[in-house]
Design a protein around this ligand. Structure first.
Ligand code: CTP
Length: 402
């Protein structure tokens, strides 16, 4: 799965021949869905053009404190705060020395000193420079400060010498960035199953019983869990929108029975299940073949209950598994949501009330109350569903002790 979708990465290019490989790195990062901004040291432009880098990254490339256009300044602070990661590649011996000493003689160094995000370096230089004890001690100092070093490779160098010092290949740098994000995310290593949207229960080949669920809440939850590093399987009912992040394993279903089968298939392997789908409670007993002629339509539709998927997941819950359900109630509903939590063996239930304006089906916002197994009641304000999803994910992170 890709950890990089939507991640903001600043590449700091300094003046080494390996700068010519950075356009390839930008392409790889962009293909994975990352956003890239490039800042160059003044001499980096001797090796690779701003035009190439700006075209591939889709963003303006800066190297000076002052903009050439109207004498305004390039805010190193803004740039530094923008990134989720700053990677200096290639990092020359000179730049490593400046980083180790806090020198600030160009825009890139100012960005480095302003950045609050993690920093990586991909050193590149000739072998004797790389072996030099001053370079070694500068690298050691940076590592002590938390800078992650992607070691250079060994091979032919631009000088004609052969040995250690050539910048790690773009593919290797990409792998390092991906595993870095994976390790630093709170839910990395956690598998999650999320259900979203309505289910449609067929009357005949063209008609169904359904409900107004848009699937937005479940989709936002899948995205929020994915952003937090979880490996997400999403079982989506009909009409659910696309997720915003990549790497989610999505299974589209229509009826409650299809959703049940998918859930039972994936549940045993996951640590966390969030069942936000609005499963139809009832389905027609008989499904007519083709399209029922209205003259022959029955006056009454015989209905039977669908399987309660959440209750079944509660019965089969494994040790350590966390099961979260949703409850949509037409009154304030705390009592009946608590009863549902107990009846279905849940760890928490997310209550939304139809009484609250802007909450529930179809809207872009929601107002929830989280009720926990150990009798906690946590109320949240009305917020966009993406924010509500973050609140629920933060609750999960705490529950898992992450
Ligand atoms: N749910 C389910 N399978 C069903 C019905 C509901 O898994 N056949 C799940 C939903 O995904 C949701 C939770 O149960 O997480 C609550 O759904 P809701 O319809 O509010 O609860 P019910 O148990 O159906 O209770 P009631 O209709 O009596 O309010």
């Amino acid at each position: 799965m890709t950890m990089l979708r939507g991640r903001k990465i600043i590449i700091g290019i300094t003046g080494g021949i390996a700068a010519y490989k950075i356009p390839f790195l930008i392409r790889l990062l962009k293909k994975k869905g990352a956003e890239v901004k490039v800042v160059m040291s003044p001499s980096a432009g001797e090796f690779v053009t701003k035009l190439t880098l700006a075209t591939l990254s889709g963003n303006a490339v800066h190297s000076d404190f002052i903009r050439d256009d109207h004498g305004s300044w390039n805010s190193h602070v803004k740039l530094g705060l923008w990134g989720d990661l700053l990677i200096m590649a290639p990092a020359t011996a000179n730049t490593l020395a400046k980083m180790a000493n806090g020198n600030c003689d160009n825009l890139l160094m100012a960005v480095y000193l302003s950045a609050r995000c993690p920093v990586m370096v991909a050193p590149a230089m000739d072998l004797d420079m790389y072996r030099h004890r001053t370079t070694r001690s500068n690298i050691a100092l940076l590592q002590k400060d938390g800078v992650v070093v992607i070691p250079p490779g060994t091979g032919e160098l631009a000088s004609g010498l052969s040995g250690e010092g050539r910048m790690a290949e773009p593919g290797i740098i990409l792998g390092n960035i991906e595993s870095f994000f994976k390790k630093s995310l709170p839910l990395s290593g956690i598998r999650a199953l999320v259900t979203a949207g309505p289910t449609y229960e067929p009357i005949d080949d063209v008609r169904f019983i359904g409900n107004h669920s848009s699937g937005k809440m479940g989709i936002s939850l899948a995205d929020a869990l994915n952003r937090a590093g979880a490996e997400v399987t999403l079982v989506a009912g009909p009409g659910c929108p696309d997720t915003q992040t990549g790497g989610i394993h999505r299974v589209n279903v229509r009826s409650a029975e299809e959703m049940r089968k998918s859930c039972m298939k994936f549940a045993p392997a996951v640590r966390l299940i969030i069942k936000s789908a609005a499963v139809a409670d009832l389905r027609p007993v008989h499904i007519a073949k083709g399209k029922l002629k209205k003259e022959r339509a029955p006056a009454h539709l015989a209905l039977e209950p669908t399987a309660d998927i959440l209750a079944e997941l509660g019965k089969r819950k494994k040790k350590g598994q966390i099961l979260i359900g949703f409850a949509l109630e037409s009154d304030d509903g705390i009592r009946s949501a608590r009863a549902k939590l107990r009846r279905k063996n849940l760890d928490a239930i997310v209550l939304n009330s139809l009484q609250d304006k802007g909450a529930g089906f179809g809207t872009d916002t929601n107002k929830i109350t989280l009720l926990t197994r150990n009798n906690k009641t946590i109320k949240f304000e009305l917020k966009p569903k993406a924010e509500v999803a973050k609140d629920i994910v933060n609750f999960v992170i705490k529950t898992l002790g992450k």
